[in-house]
Each structure stands twice: as C-alpha cells, then as structure tokens.
Write a protein that binds this ligand. Structure first.
Ligand SMILES: Cc1cc2nc3c(=O)[nH]c(=O)nc-3n(C[C@H](O)[C@H](O)[C@H](O)COP(=O)(O)OP(=O)(O)OC[C@H]3O[C@@H](n4cnc5c(N)ncnc54)[C@H](O)[C@@H]3O)c2cc1C
Length: 270
C-alpha cells in the first residue's frame, strides 16, 4: 500500500518582496525550504515505511527549481520523488493546485493501491489550508485534518484511527482508507538526513511529470483554471505604537500609566 506526502516548496523568509508590476512574489535569489508542516507529513510517511514497509512517494507541484526541495525528501529516504511541473500549472490557486496533485495521485493509484495521502495543515506563504481537503473531495478519500497522533491502522478492515488537535481539546476519529490527512507539528519530530543518504540523493532520479503525463485540460489548471487570483499582496500599514513608561525599572508605575491610558481611550470599563 502506498503512502504519499504532498510537500510544497516555500520561500525561506518572511521578508518576501512583491513585484509591484505583477503582484507576485519575487522568487529570484531567495532560498527555498520544504513547507514546515510538510516536514512532519514527510516524517510520518517515513515512519509508516519503517513500521509497515509501506512504499513512500513525495509529490510536489512547482517550478523546475523545486527539484532541490524534492531532493531533500529523497535524502530522508522516500522511495520515489515526483515533481509536477509545467508552465500551464503556473499561477494556480488552491482549486487548480489540488486538481494537479489529485491527478498525479490517481495516476499512481493505477499502479499501486493508495492508502494514505499526507498534507501539511497549511503553507507559510499561501496559508489557506485548502489544498488537502481539495484533494480529498476530488478523490473521494476520507478526510482527517489537524492530526497530531496516529492511533492505529487496521489493514484488514482498511480503517485508520487518529487523534485530532482541536482548540483546547482532542478528538479520536476512525475512518475508512484511503484517507487524506493534514498534520500539525505535534505529530512528530522530523528526522535529519544522514550524510551518506544525502550524497546518495544527489545522484537519485527526481521524476518530473509535465502535462503530457497528466493530460489535464489546460483551461482547468494554472492561472486559467483558478477562480481565485491574488490581486494584491502588501504589508499592512502598522501604527507605530507608543512606549509607555519603563516596565523594567518601574513596573508598577508603568502599569498605572497603561491603565490610565486604556481608561482614557475607553478601552476598559472603569
Ligand atoms: C500570499 C499568497 C496568498 C494566496 N492566497 C490565495 C487564496 O486566498 N486563495 C487561493 O486559492 N490561492 C491563494 N494563493 C495561491 C496558493 O498559494 C497556491 O494555490 C498554492 O499552490 C496552494 O495554496 P496554499 O499555499 O494556501 O496551500 P495550503 O492549502 O495551505 O497547503 C496545505 C498543504 O497542501 C499541500 N500543498 C499545497 N500546495 C502544494 C504544492 N504546490 N505541491 C505539493 N503540495 C502542496 C502541502 O502539504 C501543504 O501543507 C496565495 C498565494 C500566496 C503566495
């Protein structure tokens, strides 16, 4: 049974610069990383490989330079790493992104039974948390989000039991396989690649599937297939704020000043 992890390449910086003309992220010259939540998705797939000998595939949709991100996944021990890259996939919103990823998962499923698809809870750039659920609904898979523990997998009954991290509480849920799971950081601690594996991964093939492989209608992918497009990205104007008193040297006095200020601004009931 196959376990797939969807990993997105994201800018390794919060100081992203926006191209004022195209309103898109300036990607040249900035380092990229595996989206932090996806490192936990990848790690969990490798743990299922270690424990149940499941075959693991890392999938990423992105520009050609995303090969470098998949090479990191390869160095960690995934059996196969596939980049979904084609100009017609560019500019995709979450709907169009889940379309391409689902088509690749369906294609893999023709060769081998897909049991689990892991996604991160969300990315640090788009931040929508929509792609995982999009994949589940397109493929008709069970959908378990915000998972912080896999309780058990019953390969005979084809069910999985997980714990979900909700606000201030947890819930245990059981669902039939195949399943799409979005993971949170508490699920595991990602391993580090050993040097030998890293060197090995340098020569390992990273497959690249373009649209001649997935054969998707180009009107339904990329910018053309995206009902949502980012019209403007900007950093909101921040009020400079004001330093009141000196909390270190005179905490009580500062607290008094702050209280007066809040009362004066009617932000506190007298
Ligand atoms: C600043 C900014 C704002 C944006 N706002 C929107 C918006 O409001 N609506 C919209 O539709 N699009 C938006 N986009 C575009 C959106 O980022 C892309 O569609 C992206 O491919 C998927 O959305 P996401 O980053 O929010 O992913 P999320 O839904 O947050 O990702 C969840 C998980 O899905 C998987 N995943 C996501 N993308 C990929 C990928 N390319 N390859 C492999 N796995 C992946 C990963 O496991 C990831 O952890 C925005 C992009 C940017 C940079």
């Amino acid at each position: 049974m196959l376990v797939i992890s969807c990993i997105k390449q994201v800018p390794d910086t919060t100081q992203v610069k926006i191209d004022p003309v195209t309103n898109t992220l300036i990607r040249d010259g900035i380092p990229f990383i595996i989206n932090p939540y996806d490192s936990h998705a990848l790690e969990e797939s490798l743990r299922l490989k270690d424990r149940y000998k499941m075959r693991t595939v890392a999938l990423s949709m992105g520009p050609p330079n995303a090969v470098a991100t998949l090479r990191k996944a390869s160095a960690l021990g995934v059996d196969e790493a596939i980049l979904l890259s084609d100009r017609c996939f560019g500019g995709a919103d979450t709907l169009a992104t889940s379309k391409v990823l689902s088509a690749a998962i369906e294609r893999l499923g023709k060769e081998e039974e897909v049991g689990i698809v892991f996604c991160g809870k969300q990315t640090i750039d788009g931040d929508t948390a929509q792609v995982g659920p999009g994949i589940a609904s397109r493929l008709g898979f069970s959908q378990l989000t915000l998972v912080d523990r896999i309780e058990s997998i019953d390969f005979l009954r084809k069910t999985i039991r997980v714990r979900r991290k909700l606000e201030g509480r947890h819930e245990i849920v059981e669902a039939p396989l195949p399943v799409m799971i979005t993971v949170v950081r508490e699920l595991n601690r990602p391993r580090y690649p050993v040097v030998a594996k890293r060197l090995e991964a340098e020569d390992k093939e990273i497959k690249v599937w373009d649209n001649s492989v997935l054969r998707l209608d180009t009107e339904t992918v990329g910018l053309k297939g995206s009902p949502t497009w980012v019209s403007k990205i900007f950093s909101p104007e921040r009020d400079q704020g004001e330093i009141i008193g000196d909390g270190l040297r005179d905490p009580d006095g500062t607290a008094g000043l702050l209280l007066d200020r809040l009362l004066a601004k009617d932000l506190l009931a007298p």
